[in-house]
Design a binder for this molecule. Structure first.
Ligand code: FES
Ligand SMILES: [Fe+2]
Length: 352
């Protein structure tokens, strides 16, 4: 597992809507510095956070009430479209414009496409309507992770680790003991695991007020390169779908700078939505579980980073979804690199 380059032609969760306002916010995405802000009409904008003059971070500059962004090194000013509109130094306007990234803001999430803007296709985003559906409630945030994106991706596509890494909350022996079904649809990878008549792990026992035995279903969908949605159902054993307790977890796995990753999360449920105490409990548990993952992935990152020779790995059946996920990302990266290569190679003249 050596994949450390990042796919850029894909949607990543760039920020939650409530993270971005009329101040300038820097976030590195796929090794690109990005400056997020809102224009006076509340439209969110993301530009490369390097001034075209001498590369000073624009996020250290100023945004005025009209939405003009000023670089605070030598005073270049940019309008809402990113075009330079002047500099105090001289009367004529420097020819310069900022690189702006395609964005989609919906249901409280801001999705960014760091690659070729021509390829940005909104239909590739998953359905996230539950984030604002009045019959659901959710909590969200972002956790910093000092480990490569691929390690987080594999963590989420192989939930057998719940048994070992999260034994006091969401994991127990049933998870590792139950095989998964894996489906591949184009670039997308899905898996499902049906645990029938099992002991309820503590998180679900408390979250749903259930006592064992329970049925627990996990259906995960990976939208490469960086989006994962887990559909969870827990019910008293024998309860028919669609009854029971429904939860969803959305993860935005967004590569940052080097081998750092932004671990965005949203945890939702469609029952007891006004129960603030339950919301607090679930949020606390979500963060505790994510911290266990962060600790594990950061420990793993050191081992991958100090093994440049790439010692061979051993794999088992439960790795299948994670291996398909790796393959999907590797294929996207290869496609992207081929397209860049083609763009660089001059076409040979047809012979006459
Ligand atoms: S670096 Fe921005 S104006 Fe000079
Ligand atoms: Fe985990």
């Amino acid at each position: 597992m050596t994949l450390t380059q990042h796919v850029r032609n894909g949607w990543y969760l760039g920020a939650w809507s409530d993270d971005v306002g009329r101040t300038l916010t820097q976030r590195w995405i796929t090794d690109v510095p990005v400056c997020f802000y809102r224009l006076p009409d509340q439209t969110v904008t993301a530009v490369e956070d390097r001034c075209p003059h001498r590369k000073y971070p624009l996020s250290l500059g100023h945004l005025d009430d009209e939405g003009t962004l000023q670089c605070d090194y030598h005073g270049y000013r940019f309008d809402g479209r990113g075009v330079c509109v002047g500099v105090a130094e001289q009367a004529d306007r420097p020819k310069a414009a900022l690189r702006r990234f395609p964005l989609v803001e919906r249901e409280g999430a801001i999705w960014i496409w760091p690659g070729d803007p021509e390829l940005a296709d909104e239909s590739l985003l998953p359905d996230t309507s539950w984030l604002t559906d009045p019959s659901w409630t959710h909590v969200h945030g972002v956790v910093p992770l000092k480990a490569r994106h691929m390690l987080l991706l594999e963590n989420l596509l192989d939930l057998t680790h719940e048994t070992f890494l999260h034994p006091t909350s969401i994991g127990n022996a049933a998870v590792a003991a139950t095989p998964i079904d894996v489906t591949v649809d184009g670039d997308r990878v899905g898996f499902s695991r049906r645990m029938i008549g099992i002991e309820a792990p503590p998180f679900y026992e408390k979250s749903c007020g259930l006592t064992s035995p329970v049925d627990r279903w996990q259906d995960g969908d990976f939208y490469p390169p960086g989006i994962f949605v887990l559909n969870i159902r827990v019910a008293a054993t024998g309860t028919e779908e669609p009854d029971g307790f429904h939860m969803k977890v959305l993860y935005g796995m967004t590569p940052g700078r080097g081998n750092e990753t932004h671990d965005f999360y949203a945890l939702g449920r469609d029952y007891l939505i006004d129960d603030q105490e339950l919301t607090r409990f679930q949020h606390e548990q979500q963060l505790a579980v994510m911290q266990e993952d962060v600790d594990a992935l950061e420990a793993q990152e050191i081992m991958y980073a100090t093994d440049p020779g790439g010692t061979a790995e051993s794999s088992i059946r439960s790795d299948l979804a994670a291996l398909r996920g790796r393959r999907a990302v590797a294929k996207m990266l290869a496609r992207e690199q081929r397209a860049q290569q083609d763009a660089r190679t001059p076409h040979s003249r047809p012979s006459v």
